[in-house]
Design a protein around this ligand. Structure first.
Ligand code: IPM
Ligand code: MG
Length: 356
């Protein structure tokens, strides 16, 4: 039996109730794969910010370096400006831990209908550069409060970050259906996205078996809706990946279904988080969909070479969601967070998932 040390950061809004409901599932899946999960709860987030002036300790990133992985719930609360909490926590972690790649798979599950006519089956992976672009934090404001006030937000695109994300995306495409689309806007933006086109073409030369194409982000937004079954890996800059991954999530049942992995190629420590955010409108009501968190935990296990545990979770969740009465309200059902999570737990424990 091996031990994995996981930092659990439930955070704000629906984060804590989801994390609490899912923890037994995650432990059971680990146990089934002969892993002892040593979880440490960290109280980082909005409440800590109100109490101590920052959502995580100054040395938060180095604290996380003592763990194999971090499982993150959500950050954000209505009484603190979003950018303060987000820059003090998740964006800081992404940047200071060098988590340069964000993986966002979107997969149709049989029990979860999407909004598209004809019910297209979707299986794609958004590979998002995770530390730069419009999120680099370069900029400032001048002439505060005056009619002529200006704000500057400079996008940064570096050869190294582009090539890291590209290499990761081509590797993923090679293991998947060998098709990759690079999403940029190099017709209107003459510098950053032209660099993307050039660097990705260089990387692509090492992967002749993967067919790839450049598509402008506006055209891709239409294509994701009109012909999603033709897509496999979408390689995106930070902002475009943020936007398109909400769209791809919507196509497979909504943000409640979407997992993500913040990783650095070649590094063990990653931060795994559902895409849905803190959802203050439904927080505390026990009805948030735990699927995104469970699927993020599954991605964590995959990343830590414990794929059997990840497969257990994915399979148990997929089977549970085939039953309408186990679907949460965002999926058109009436199940609570714990009802769905407990049903997944029962399947993991019964080992049913592995037999079917
Ligand atoms: C996401 C979120 C974040 C992002 C926010 C909370 C900063 O929307 O993970 O997609 O834009 O990256
Ligand atoms: Mg987003």
């Amino acid at each position: 039996m091996r031990t994995l040390k996981v930092a659990v950061i439930p955070g704000d809004g629906v984060g804590p109730e989801i994390s609490e409901a899912c923890q037994p599932v995650i432990e059971a899946a680990a146990a089934g794969a002969d892993i002892l999960l040593e979880s440490t709860h960290l109280d980082w987030g909005g409440q800590r910010h109100l109490r101590l002036g920052a959502p995580m300790p100054e040395d938060g990133p180095s604290i996380l370096r003592q763990f194999d992985a971090a499982l993150f719930g959500a950050v954000g609360r209505p009484d603190v400006p979003d950018h303060q909490l987000i820059w003090g926590l998740i964006i800081r972690l992404r940047q200071e831990l060098g988590l340069s790649v964000n993986l966002r798979p979107a997969l149709t599950l049989p029990g979860v209908p999407g909004p598209l006519r004809g019910g297209a089956t979707i299986d794609l992976l958004v590979v998002r550069e995770n530390t730069e672009g419009e999120y680099a934090g370069a900029g400032g404001r001048l002439r505060s409060g005056h009619p002529g006030e200006v704000a500057v937000e400079v996008a940064i695109h570096s050869r190294s970050a582009i090539s890291d994300a590209a290499r990761f995306a081509f590797e993923a495409a090679r293991r998947r259906r060998r098709r990759l689309h690079l999403v940029t806007k190099s017709n209107a933006m003459r510098f950053g996205y032209v660099l993307w086109d050039e660097v990705v073409a260089e990387v692509a030369a090492d992967y002749p078996e993967v067919s790839w194409e450049r598509v402008l982000v506006d055209a891709m937004a239409a294509r994701v809706v009109q012909r999603p079954e033709e897509l496999d890996v979408l390689l995106c800059s930070n902002l475009f990946g943020d936007i398109l991954s909400d769209l791809t999530a919507a196509l497979v049942g909504g943000l409640g279904m979407a997992p993500s992995a913040n990783i650095r190629p070649g590094q063990r420590l990653g931060v795994f988080e559902p895409v849905h955010g803190s959802a203050p409108d439904i927080a505390g009501r026990g009805i948030a969909n735990p699927s995104g968190y469970l699927l993020s935990a599954a991605m964590m296990f995959d990343h830590l070479e414990a794929r059997a545990a990840g497969d257990q979770i994915r399979s148990a969740l997929a089977h549970a969601l085939e039953q309408p009465e186990l679907r949460t309200p965002d999926l058109g059902g009436t199940a609570t967070t714990t009802r769905l999570a407990s049903a997944v737990l029962a399947r993991v424990q019964a080992g049913e998932a592995s037999r079917t």
